[in-house]
Design a protein around this ligand. Sequence first.
Ligand code: ATP
Length: 432
Amino acid sequence: MAKSANNIMDRLVSLCKRRGFIFQSSEIYGGINSCWDYGPLGVELKNNIKKSWWKSMVYERDDIEGLDASILMHPMIWKASGHVEGFTDPLIDCKKCKNRFKATDIEGDKCPICGGELTEARQFNLMFKTFMGPVEDEASIVYLRPETAQGIYVNFQNVLNSSRRKIPFGIAQIGKAFRNEITPGNFIFRTREFEQMEMQYFVKPGTDEEWFEKWKQERIDWYLRLGLKKEKLKFHKHGKDELPHYAKDAYDIQYEFPFGWQELEGIHNRTDYDLSRHQKFSGKNIQYFDESTKEKYTPYIIETSAGCDRTLLTCLVDAYNEEEERVVLKLSPIIAPLKVGVFPLVKRDGMPEVASKIYNYIRKNIKTFYDDSGSIGRRYRRLDEAGTPFAITVDTETIKNNTVTLRERDSMKQIRISIDKIEEVLKEKINV
Ligand code: ATP
């Protein structure tokens, strides 16, 4: 079997469809480019990733509050943020085959696909526009947010005052963002609609560099806790030419995908740029007053900006293994969509009754799957492909002595445990 990057991605895409992780959007109408739907296992995996991020940001710390801002916001926000003017990519069209490219992806002056003549580069704004209300004119233009961060900046004072926080503190948010990308692709890696998990941490100027270092470490540790391979992760420091205009320092956390090292998350020292801009454009005072020192200042912001869909793809790629007799997703039990499968060895001798009882009991607290069709080997293979870390099988011995087998996905080892210990053992292994 050829192991080229494309083949591995193709086989992963086909597993995702087969097992119900991810489907092409609008498939029965021929699909729509770069849009994807999460199926029964995909939505569980995505929710588990979001839960883990929220837990590490909001619940395990006592200096971060949550927020859920609306997608449509006042159009002035995007002027203040610089997106109306500057959120553009230079775009080049092929006059012959009509394909579209980012100017930065083109070498030479001919179309890389058909060799045809290319147009001049023109600036293309990546924001999706729509109209608010019944009249479609300039005055009613609103944008689908291209990042969730601005919703946090414009709520800085609201959160500060209502939660009675003191600096340093952060605001975390998970939500959809939209970018009219010129070259979406690599499955869900780059899409036009995606979810971000962003946290903006407000600090006193002068303490920003220290906080920047702390957040870099925190964020890479989170990916390691999701079970990603250490050697596949690295930091990439932005050089002067890559640095966004608002940033004093920026690092990407990168992962080595089958199609190369790519960004997973950006960590930026955004200085006081954002709050100063919103102060200027709104005419409202967004400064912070420090009661203890009587100082007034505009906080600096350390941003950690991760893509939820991209993290999900990374977890799938990292977990995907082709072994001699099986394909297995070695997902960490923390994020695995199904934690355990319960099987009666055969559909007789009282085994289905006992297995159903176990299933109905543990599924209340642990995401569990019941399967009694096909040979036991095939049932294990299905669970392996779904990334389910444990399986419990009820067999003839169960009927005699109230014990079951517990199979571990990665080692395929089986141990016998007593029925009344199942929940305790699973909870410990899954870390519920
Ligand atoms: P890129 O250089 O890949 O376009 P970016 O530097 O523009 O990304 P940011 O604006 O820093 O990305 O966005 C933060 C995170 O949001 C990215 O690290 C990525 O995980 C996610 N993200 C950004 N654009 C997309 C997209 N089109 N599809 C999926 N995820 C995205």
